[in-house]
Design a protein around this ligand. Structure first.
Ligand code: RI2
Length: 328
Protein backbone atom coordinates (compact mmCIF):
# COMPACT_ATOMS: atom_id res chain seq x y z
CA UNK A 1 0.00 0.00 0.00
CA UNK A 2 1.26 3.50 -0.73
CA UNK A 3 2.26 5.35 2.41
CA UNK A 4 -0.27 8.09 1.86
CA UNK A 5 -3.08 5.65 2.53
CA UNK A 6 -1.56 4.52 5.79
CA UNK A 7 -0.80 8.04 7.01
CA UNK A 8 -1.86 8.57 10.56
CA UNK A 9 -3.80 11.81 10.57
CA UNK A 10 -3.96 13.09 14.11
CA UNK A 11 -4.51 16.22 16.08
CA UNK A 12 -1.64 16.29 18.54
CA UNK A 13 -2.55 19.47 20.36
CA UNK A 14 -5.21 22.15 20.46
CA UNK A 15 -4.66 23.89 17.12
CA UNK A 16 -5.95 27.32 16.31
CA UNK A 17 -6.78 27.81 12.64
CA UNK A 18 -7.27 31.03 10.65
CA UNK A 19 -10.91 32.13 10.38
CA UNK A 20 -11.09 31.48 6.63
CA UNK A 21 -9.98 27.88 7.19
CA UNK A 22 -12.64 27.29 9.86
CA UNK A 23 -15.23 28.83 7.54
CA UNK A 24 -14.36 26.29 4.85
CA UNK A 25 -14.56 23.45 7.39
CA UNK A 26 -17.99 24.65 8.58
CA UNK A 27 -19.13 25.30 5.01
CA UNK A 28 -18.39 21.69 4.01
CA UNK A 29 -19.92 20.22 7.17
CA UNK A 30 -23.10 22.31 6.80
CA UNK A 31 -23.25 21.67 3.03
CA UNK A 32 -22.96 25.29 1.94
CA UNK A 33 -20.01 23.84 0.01
CA UNK A 34 -21.18 20.55 -1.46
CA UNK A 35 -20.72 18.11 -4.32
CA UNK A 36 -17.87 15.63 -4.16
CA UNK A 37 -15.65 17.60 -6.53
CA UNK A 38 -16.24 20.99 -4.97
CA UNK A 39 -15.54 19.78 -1.43
CA UNK A 40 -12.28 18.20 -2.61
CA UNK A 41 -11.11 21.39 -4.35
CA UNK A 42 -12.21 23.58 -1.41
CA UNK A 43 -10.32 21.37 1.05
CA UNK A 44 -7.23 21.39 -1.16
CA UNK A 45 -7.31 25.20 -1.52
CA UNK A 46 -7.92 25.59 2.24
CA UNK A 47 -4.78 23.54 2.96
CA UNK A 48 -2.77 25.62 0.50
CA UNK A 49 -3.97 28.78 2.25
CA UNK A 50 -3.11 27.19 5.60
CA UNK A 51 0.42 26.49 4.36
CA UNK A 52 0.72 30.09 3.24
CA UNK A 53 -0.58 31.34 6.58
CA UNK A 54 2.05 29.48 8.62
CA UNK A 55 4.40 32.21 9.86
CA UNK A 56 6.93 30.11 11.82
CA UNK A 57 10.18 28.49 10.77
CA UNK A 58 9.81 25.02 12.34
CA UNK A 59 9.21 22.35 9.70
CA UNK A 60 7.77 19.75 12.14
CA UNK A 61 5.44 22.32 13.63
CA UNK A 62 4.20 23.27 10.16
CA UNK A 63 3.68 19.60 9.23
CA UNK A 64 1.68 19.08 12.42
CA UNK A 65 -0.36 22.23 11.74
CA UNK A 66 -1.27 21.04 8.22
CA UNK A 67 -2.04 17.50 9.38
CA UNK A 68 -4.31 18.85 12.14
CA UNK A 69 -6.07 20.89 9.46
CA UNK A 70 -6.38 17.82 7.24
CA UNK A 71 -7.83 15.82 10.11
CA UNK A 72 -10.45 18.50 10.76
CA UNK A 73 -11.39 18.65 7.06
CA UNK A 74 -11.68 14.86 6.91
CA UNK A 75 -14.13 14.84 9.80
CA UNK A 76 -16.67 16.97 7.92
CA UNK A 77 -18.15 14.48 5.42
CA UNK A 78 -17.30 10.82 5.95
CA UNK A 79 -18.49 9.21 2.68
CA UNK A 80 -16.96 11.10 -0.23
CA UNK A 81 -13.43 9.79 -0.86
CA UNK A 82 -12.93 12.84 -3.07
CA UNK A 83 -12.34 14.81 0.13
CA UNK A 84 -9.66 12.42 1.37
CA UNK A 85 -8.05 12.21 -2.07
CA UNK A 86 -8.07 16.01 -2.47
CA UNK A 87 -6.22 16.27 0.85
CA UNK A 88 -3.79 13.45 0.07
CA UNK A 89 -2.93 14.74 -3.40
CA UNK A 90 -2.25 18.15 -1.81
CA UNK A 91 -0.08 17.02 1.10
CA UNK A 92 1.54 13.79 -0.07
CA UNK A 93 3.86 15.23 -2.69
CA UNK A 94 6.06 17.00 -0.17
CA UNK A 95 6.60 13.79 1.77
CA UNK A 96 7.32 11.88 -1.45
CA UNK A 97 9.97 14.44 -2.36
CA UNK A 98 11.50 14.39 1.12
CA UNK A 99 10.85 18.11 1.66
CA UNK A 100 12.32 19.20 4.99
CA UNK A 101 12.08 22.97 5.26
CA UNK A 102 9.22 25.41 5.64
CA UNK A 103 9.72 27.35 2.41
CA UNK A 104 9.87 24.23 0.22
CA UNK A 105 6.96 22.69 2.06
CA UNK A 106 4.82 25.76 1.45
CA UNK A 107 5.74 25.78 -2.25
CA UNK A 108 5.04 22.06 -2.55
CA UNK A 109 1.58 22.27 -0.95
CA UNK A 110 0.52 25.32 -2.95
CA UNK A 111 1.80 23.74 -6.19
CA UNK A 112 0.11 20.40 -5.46
CA UNK A 113 -3.17 22.14 -4.71
CA UNK A 114 -3.03 24.04 -8.00
CA UNK A 115 -2.22 20.79 -9.81
CA UNK A 116 -5.08 18.93 -8.15
CA UNK A 117 -7.68 21.65 -8.77
CA UNK A 118 -6.66 22.02 -12.40
CA UNK A 119 -6.67 18.25 -13.02
CA UNK A 120 -10.03 17.79 -11.30
CA UNK A 121 -11.65 20.51 -13.40
CA UNK A 122 -10.14 19.27 -16.67
CA UNK A 123 -11.37 15.75 -15.80
CA UNK A 124 -14.93 17.11 -15.81
CA UNK A 125 -14.49 18.42 -19.36
CA UNK A 126 -12.96 15.16 -20.55
CA UNK A 127 -15.78 13.08 -19.03
CA UNK A 128 -18.40 15.41 -20.51
CA UNK A 129 -16.80 14.77 -23.91
CA UNK A 130 -16.75 10.99 -23.51
CA UNK A 131 -20.24 10.83 -21.93
CA UNK A 132 -21.95 13.09 -24.44
CA UNK A 133 -20.52 10.89 -27.20
CA UNK A 134 -22.79 8.11 -25.96
CA UNK A 135 -25.87 10.16 -26.90
CA UNK A 136 -27.34 11.34 -30.20
CA UNK A 137 -30.09 13.57 -31.65
CA UNK A 138 -33.32 13.14 -29.68
CA UNK A 139 -31.74 11.38 -26.67
CA UNK A 140 -33.61 11.57 -23.37
CA UNK A 141 -31.58 11.29 -20.17
CA UNK A 142 -32.27 11.14 -16.46
CA UNK A 143 -30.02 12.31 -13.65
CA UNK A 144 -30.17 12.21 -9.87
CA UNK A 145 -28.91 14.75 -7.33
CA UNK A 146 -26.50 17.44 -8.48
CA UNK A 147 -23.32 16.21 -10.04
CA UNK A 148 -21.24 18.83 -11.80
CA UNK A 149 -19.83 16.19 -14.13
CA UNK A 150 -23.22 14.65 -14.99
CA UNK A 151 -24.66 18.13 -15.61
CA UNK A 152 -21.68 19.04 -17.82
CA UNK A 153 -22.15 15.83 -19.80
CA UNK A 154 -25.84 16.57 -20.46
CA UNK A 155 -25.15 20.23 -21.28
CA UNK A 156 -22.44 19.22 -23.76
CA UNK A 157 -24.75 16.68 -25.39
CA UNK A 158 -27.26 19.50 -25.78
CA UNK A 159 -24.65 21.60 -27.58
CA UNK A 160 -23.80 18.73 -29.92
CA UNK A 161 -27.23 17.31 -30.70
CA UNK A 162 -30.80 18.40 -31.38
CA UNK A 163 -33.73 17.40 -29.23
CA UNK A 164 -31.92 16.44 -26.02
CA UNK A 165 -34.40 16.09 -23.13
CA UNK A 166 -33.50 15.67 -19.47
CA UNK A 167 -35.32 14.57 -16.33
CA UNK A 168 -33.87 15.63 -12.98
CA UNK A 169 -35.06 14.08 -9.72
CA UNK A 170 -35.64 16.65 -6.98
CA UNK A 171 -33.44 14.54 -4.63
CA UNK A 172 -34.88 14.57 -1.15
CA UNK A 173 -34.11 15.64 1.49
CA UNK A 174 -31.71 18.39 0.36
CA UNK A 175 -33.30 18.93 -3.03
CA UNK A 176 -29.97 19.17 -4.85
CA UNK A 177 -31.98 18.31 -7.97
CA UNK A 178 -33.35 21.87 -7.90
CA UNK A 179 -29.80 23.06 -8.59
CA UNK A 180 -29.46 20.53 -11.40
CA UNK A 181 -32.73 21.56 -13.02
CA UNK A 182 -31.77 25.24 -12.88
CA UNK A 183 -28.26 24.57 -14.22
CA UNK A 184 -29.59 22.48 -17.12
CA UNK A 185 -32.29 25.04 -17.92
CA UNK A 186 -29.74 27.86 -17.94
CA UNK A 187 -27.63 25.80 -20.36
CA UNK A 188 -30.64 25.64 -22.65
CA UNK A 189 -31.54 22.01 -21.97
CA UNK A 190 -35.20 20.96 -22.16
CA UNK A 191 -35.48 19.77 -18.54
CA UNK A 192 -38.29 18.44 -16.37
CA UNK A 193 -37.99 18.08 -12.61
CA UNK A 194 -39.64 15.00 -11.10
CA UNK A 195 -40.14 13.62 -7.60
CA UNK A 196 -37.65 10.89 -6.74
CA UNK A 197 -40.27 8.15 -6.62
CA UNK A 198 -41.33 8.89 -10.23
CA UNK A 199 -37.97 7.80 -11.62
CA UNK A 200 -38.91 4.31 -12.83
CA UNK A 201 -42.23 5.40 -14.27
CA UNK A 202 -40.60 8.29 -16.14
CA UNK A 203 -37.84 6.07 -17.48
CA UNK A 204 -40.41 3.70 -18.92
CA UNK A 205 -43.05 6.12 -20.17
CA UNK A 206 -40.81 8.96 -21.41
CA UNK A 207 -38.38 6.74 -23.27
CA UNK A 208 -35.29 7.57 -21.23
CA UNK A 209 -32.24 6.41 -23.22
CA UNK A 210 -29.58 6.69 -20.53
CA UNK A 211 -29.03 7.62 -16.89
CA UNK A 212 -26.01 9.70 -15.86
CA UNK A 213 -25.06 10.19 -12.21
CA UNK A 214 -21.96 11.33 -10.34
CA UNK A 215 -20.05 9.50 -7.63
CA UNK A 216 -18.83 10.20 -4.13
CA UNK A 217 -16.73 7.05 -3.74
CA UNK A 218 -15.90 4.27 -6.18
CA UNK A 219 -14.68 1.10 -4.45
CA UNK A 220 -12.13 -1.33 -5.86
CA UNK A 221 -14.89 -3.87 -6.63
CA UNK A 222 -16.76 -1.26 -8.69
CA UNK A 223 -19.41 -0.46 -6.08
CA UNK A 224 -20.38 3.20 -6.29
CA UNK A 225 -21.44 5.30 -3.31
CA UNK A 226 -23.58 8.20 -4.50
CA UNK A 227 -26.58 10.20 -3.31
CA UNK A 228 -29.22 8.07 -1.63
CA UNK A 229 -31.71 6.83 -4.22
CA UNK A 230 -29.05 6.15 -6.85
CA UNK A 231 -29.11 2.38 -6.33
CA UNK A 232 -32.88 2.16 -6.87
CA UNK A 233 -32.59 4.13 -10.09
CA UNK A 234 -29.81 1.77 -11.24
CA UNK A 235 -32.01 -1.23 -10.48
CA UNK A 236 -34.93 0.25 -12.40
CA UNK A 237 -32.65 1.12 -15.32
CA UNK A 238 -31.33 -2.43 -15.43
CA UNK A 239 -34.86 -3.83 -15.30
CA UNK A 240 -35.85 -1.61 -18.23
CA UNK A 241 -32.65 -2.25 -20.20
CA UNK A 242 -31.56 1.40 -19.97
CA UNK A 243 -27.80 2.10 -19.74
CA UNK A 244 -26.77 3.42 -16.33
CA UNK A 245 -23.56 5.49 -16.45
CA UNK A 246 -21.53 6.77 -13.49
CA UNK A 247 -19.31 9.78 -14.18
CA UNK A 248 -16.19 9.42 -12.04
CA UNK A 249 -13.03 11.50 -12.09
CA UNK A 250 -9.74 9.90 -10.87
CA UNK A 251 -10.08 11.20 -7.33
CA UNK A 252 -13.52 9.61 -6.82
CA UNK A 253 -11.79 6.19 -6.77
CA UNK A 254 -10.64 4.74 -3.50
CA UNK A 255 -7.63 2.39 -3.61
CA UNK A 256 -8.15 1.41 0.02
CA UNK A 257 -11.91 0.63 -0.01
CA UNK A 258 -12.26 -2.89 -1.28
CA UNK A 259 -16.05 -3.07 -1.41
CA UNK A 260 -19.27 -1.31 -0.46
CA UNK A 261 -19.41 -2.83 3.01
CA UNK A 262 -16.34 -0.75 3.98
CA UNK A 263 -17.91 2.57 2.95
CA UNK A 264 -18.91 4.80 5.85
CA UNK A 265 -22.37 6.03 4.87
CA UNK A 266 -23.02 9.50 6.26
CA UNK A 267 -26.21 9.83 8.31
CA UNK A 268 -27.48 13.34 8.84
CA UNK A 269 -30.03 14.88 11.20
CA UNK A 270 -33.76 14.08 11.35
CA UNK A 271 -34.69 17.71 10.78
CA UNK A 272 -33.50 17.38 7.16
CA UNK A 273 -36.44 15.00 6.59
CA UNK A 274 -39.18 16.63 8.70
CA UNK A 275 -39.75 18.51 11.94
CA UNK A 276 -39.37 15.73 14.56
CA UNK A 277 -41.60 17.66 17.00
CA UNK A 278 -44.52 17.14 14.64
CA UNK A 279 -44.03 13.36 14.82
CA UNK A 280 -44.05 12.40 18.49
CA UNK A 281 -42.85 8.82 19.02
CA UNK A 282 -41.42 8.61 15.49
CA UNK A 283 -37.74 7.90 14.97
CA UNK A 284 -35.98 9.06 11.80
CA UNK A 285 -33.17 7.56 9.78
CA UNK A 286 -31.43 9.77 7.24
CA UNK A 287 -28.63 8.02 5.33
CA UNK A 288 -27.58 10.43 2.59
CA UNK A 289 -25.73 8.00 0.33
CA UNK A 290 -26.32 4.47 -0.89
CA UNK A 291 -24.33 1.79 -2.67
CA UNK A 292 -24.85 0.68 -6.25
CA UNK A 293 -23.16 -2.64 -7.04
CA UNK A 294 -20.96 -3.02 -10.13
CA UNK A 295 -23.41 -5.46 -11.70
CA UNK A 296 -26.04 -2.68 -12.02
CA UNK A 297 -23.67 -0.19 -13.67
CA UNK A 298 -23.21 -0.19 -17.44
CA UNK A 299 -19.90 1.64 -17.21
CA UNK A 300 -17.99 4.24 -15.27
CA UNK A 301 -16.97 7.16 -17.45
CA UNK A 302 -13.56 8.47 -16.45
CA UNK A 303 -11.42 11.19 -18.00
CA UNK A 304 -9.59 8.41 -19.84
CA UNK A 305 -12.80 6.93 -21.26
CA UNK A 306 -15.41 4.43 -20.14
CA UNK A 307 -14.44 1.39 -18.07
CA UNK A 308 -16.51 -1.53 -16.86
CA UNK A 309 -17.24 -1.25 -13.14
CA UNK A 310 -15.82 -4.75 -12.61
CA UNK A 311 -12.48 -3.47 -13.99
CA UNK A 312 -12.00 -0.66 -11.48
CA UNK A 313 -9.09 -2.29 -9.64
CA UNK A 314 -6.93 -2.40 -12.80
CA UNK A 315 -7.82 1.20 -13.68
CA UNK A 316 -6.92 2.43 -10.18
CA UNK A 317 -3.62 0.57 -10.24
CA UNK A 318 -2.65 2.13 -13.57
CA UNK A 319 -4.00 5.57 -12.85
CA UNK A 320 -2.81 6.07 -9.32
CA UNK A 321 0.65 4.67 -9.91
CA UNK A 322 1.03 6.95 -12.94
CA UNK A 323 -0.23 10.04 -11.13
CA UNK A 324 1.47 9.46 -7.80
CA UNK A 325 4.47 7.48 -8.96
CA UNK A 326 4.20 4.60 -6.54
CA UNK A 327 3.39 0.94 -6.67
CA UNK A 328 0.11 -0.31 -5.27
P1 RI2 B 1 -19.77 16.10 -8.40
C1 RI2 B 1 -23.02 14.92 -4.24
O1 RI2 B 1 -23.02 14.80 -2.86
C2 RI2 B 1 -23.92 13.92 -4.95
O2 RI2 B 1 -23.94 12.64 -4.35
C3 RI2 B 1 -23.27 13.93 -6.30
O3 RI2 B 1 -23.65 12.85 -7.11
C4 RI2 B 1 -21.80 13.86 -5.89
O4 RI2 B 1 -21.70 14.74 -4.77
C5 RI2 B 1 -20.81 14.17 -6.96
O5 RI2 B 1 -20.78 15.54 -7.27
P2 RI2 B 1 -23.53 15.97 -1.84
O6 RI2 B 1 -22.30 16.79 -1.49
O7 RI2 B 1 -18.37 15.97 -7.87
O8 RI2 B 1 -24.63 16.78 -2.46
O9 RI2 B 1 -19.99 15.27 -9.64
O10 RI2 B 1 -24.01 15.20 -0.63
O11 RI2 B 1 -20.18 17.55 -8.56
Amino acid sequence: MPYIYTSDWHVTKETVFPKAFSETVDGIREMRIRGAGRIARSASKALAALAESYGGSDFSEMAEFLHDGAKLLLSTRPTAVSLKNGILFTLAGAKEDGVKNVGDYRKSVVGASEWFCEKSVSAIDAIAKHGSGLLCDGSTVLTHCNSSVAVSTIARANEMYDGIRAFATETRPWNQGHITARELASSGVDVNMIVDSAARHIMEREGVDAVFVGADTICMDGTVANKVGTSQIALAAMDLGIPFYVCGEFYKFSPDIKSGSYVVVEERGASEIADPFKFPGVKFKNPVFDLTPARNITSIITEDGAIRAEKVAGFVKRKFSRVMGFEM
